[in-house]
Design a binder for this molecule. Structure first.
Ligand code: MD3
Ligand code: FE
Length: 208
């Protein structure tokens, strides 16, 4: 069964995850977008492939010590961009969020950046490639709204859905860290942040 989350409050909790609505104001969203463009200039977007050899509908890149990568050999973290160049620095606006909301002493070693610039979705999955699940994942949404779905630790557990909007920050810790989650669809044209519309999502992770 799918239920809607309440909207309007600044911080909401459901299934153990925390949504900080509009945590980044428009100026901070713009600064983060510029930092994301610098990352993409140094580490170009690529289209990951599933194990079965199908192209995913999102394009992605990373920043930090590790970047997430997927092809026919499976999912893994790579110490370099597939081109061989080093991953760029994690955007400062994102690191500041981590310092404020998670821990200033242990910074994340991966910032995965997903681009939903055409009708893209991300099927229900778990993030399980990291060594230590006691660290939360922090997600930042930029651009058009996305219908986010989260369930439980088993694929068939009931799910709940909510729209994530530009500037929303979500923290997945505790039991929610192992929850199945995905993006069902993007509502194109809902934000003016990106000239050609679409959505960008950044996730900060502790990998090692
Ligand atoms: C819940 N990205 O990159 S972010 C991903 O919007 C991913 O691009 C989606 O799922 C996106 O792996 C959703 C929200 C998110 C990220 C990581 C999680 C939710 C999570 C890890 C554990 C539980
Ligand atoms: Fe995920």
């Amino acid at each position: 069964m799918t239920q809607s989350l309440p909207l309007g409050t600044h911080t909401e909790t459901l299934h153990g995850f925390q949504i900080h609505r509009a945590r980044l104001d428009p100026g901070a969203q713009q600064r983060l977008l510029e930092q994301v463009r610098d990352v993409v200039a140094a580490a170009p977007l690529f289209t990951p492939e599933t194990r079965g050899g199908k192209a995913m509908s999102v394009r992605m890149t990373s920043a930090g010590k590790y970047g997430w990568f997927s092809d026919r050999s499976g999912y893994r973290y790579l110490p370099q961009h597939p081109s061989g160049s080093p991953w760029p620095e994690i955007p400062a606006v994102a690191l500041d969020l981590w310092r404020d909301l998670v821990d200033a002493r242990r910074l994340p070693d991966c910032c995965l950046i997903n681009f939903y610039d055409r009708p893209a979705r991300m099927g229900l999955h778990q993030d399980a490639d990291e060594a230590d699940f006691s660290w939360p994942v922090l997600s930042v949404s930029l651009g058009d709204s996305a219908l986010f779905r989260v369930g439980g630790v088993n694929r068939r557990d009931p799910t709940a859905s909510t729209w994530l909007e530009s500037g929303d920050v979500v923290l997945f810790g505790g039991a929610a860290r192992r929850a199945y989650h995905g993006i069902d669809r993007i509502r194109f044209g809902t934000s003016a942040l990106l000239r050609n519309h679409g959505r960008i999502n950044l996730t900060l992770r502790v990998v090692d």
